[in-house]
Design a protein around this ligand. Structure first.
Ligand code: MRU
Length: 369
């Protein structure tokens, strides 16, 4: 998608040195646009952990390139055991987004058949490139299916903009290109369907206010940033036609882990009879889990993300200030789980399906448990 009129992905191989992976530093947006070089598996691990890169699909692909970077720094004798160690190490960078473990496991399973380090390095780069391409293609397919849902609502509204509420950033920044929750919005906008997006600010790290608002602005999509608590009020007053959010891990029975606060939006949507869609690629479905509340690991992050906030002063300086009473304890749960019963449907790369074991199993029969 566009950054100042130029096309970008959020991760790519350095055009002059394929031993370097480049990423957009999402910690700096929207105030600064900076590109960071990753040269080792440790660089990839840190980029995931400190949220230079973030969003489930991008975390997964960064993990895949991290495996490649690890092999580059390995030796002929020990590379097979080093590969397994690096894979486990990278998987530990963040716990909730299952894409990380799924893509790293895919890397390991193809690389184990290699007989030399040289062939493994070559294959690792090819495989990581393919996994990146796959995420982009899946996001675009999600966009097409989701666009049909928006178009159907638009027809009923006789040309009035369709109001879509989204939470956090499940946009192209999180997914390399297109996005998951935003892909249907971009597709509808490009098709000339009038849309308007309510962007939840998404405390504590403000991925909505900072990232979703930035990428929608870059594409010229009409949007309004709202405090996290405003969604219910807007829904009660007929100002939301549908919600579309992303996911970091969805169980085989359709329970959805997503950025903290998603569950409350789903409850409000349910109470107001507003469709609540979750857009996700199959690399976000954890087919080994059923009960999201009991089984999905929820990341707890540094309390400073709650007690402090970063912003830009009028003099152009980016600075951090304390916003919580000094001495008061804080808690920082990164994600929550929305039970399947509150999810109208899942929008996947294979089509739209109910959030249930049966419907998901029908769309992905190869994974049926
Ligand atoms: O903590 P983050 O920013 O990595 O959280 C991920 C998210 O942005 C969301 O939860 C998102 O909706 C899923 S990623 C497509």
């Amino acid at each position: 998608m566009q950054v100042n009129g130029k096309n970008f992905h959020t991760i790519w191989v350095h055009p002059e040195n394929n031993q370097v992976i480049q990423v957009i530093d999402q910690r700096k947006l929207p105030f600064e646009f900076e590109i960071v070089d990753l040269k080792t598996a440790v660089d990839a691990f840190e980029a995931i952990r400190n949220m230079t890169v973030r969003g489930a699909p991008l975390i997964g692909v960064t993990g895949a390139y991290g495996v490649y970077l690890g092999l580059l720094n390995s030796d002929e004798q020990n590379w097979k055991s080093f590969l397994l160690e690096t894979a486990e190490y990278l998987k530990g960078a963040r716990p909730t987004a299952v894409n990380l473990a799924i893509l790293i496991d895919e890397m390991v399973s193809v690389l184990q058949s290699c007989t030399t380090l040289e062939s493994a390095v070559k294959l690792a780069l090819e495989k990581a490139d393919r996994l990146k391409r796959r995420e982009i293609d899946w996001s675009e397919a999600i966009g097409e299916y989701g666009c049909d849902l928006i178009e159907a609502i638009s027809k009923k509204k006789n040309g009035e903009p369709v109001n879509i509420l989204t939470h956090c950033n499940a946009g192209w920044l999180a997914c390399i290109d297109w996005g998951t929750a935003t892909a249907p919005i971009y597709k509808a906008f490009l098709k000339g369907i009038p849309v308007h997006v309510w962007v939840d600010e998404t405390r504590p790290r403000n991925q909505g206010a900072r990232l979703t608002a930035w990428e929608l602005s870059q594409e010229g999509v009409p949007h309004t940033v709202i405090p996290d608590n405003a969604g219910g009020h807007l829904m009660q007053h007929g100002l939301v036609d549908l919600c579309i959010v992303g996911s970091d891990r969805t169980t085989s029975a359709g329970d959805v882990a997503n950025k903290i606060g998603t569950y409350l939006k789903a409850l409000a949507a349910f109470d107001n009879n507003i469709p609540f869609y979750v857009a996700l690629p199959s690399s976000t479905i954890d087919f080994s889990m059923k009960d999201g509340i009991l089984e999905i690991p929820i990341e707890q992050r540094d309390g400073e993300e709650v007690s402090h906030m970063e912003g830009k002063l009028d003099n152009g300086k980016v600075t951090t200030v304390r916003i919580v009473n000094p001495g008061s304890p804080v808690a920082n749960y990164g994600f929550d789980v929305t039970p399947a019963k509150y999810v109208t449907a899942l929008i996947t790369e294979r089509g739209v399906c109910g959030a249930s074991l049966e419907a998901i199993g029908k769309l992905f029969p190869e994974w049926r448990l």
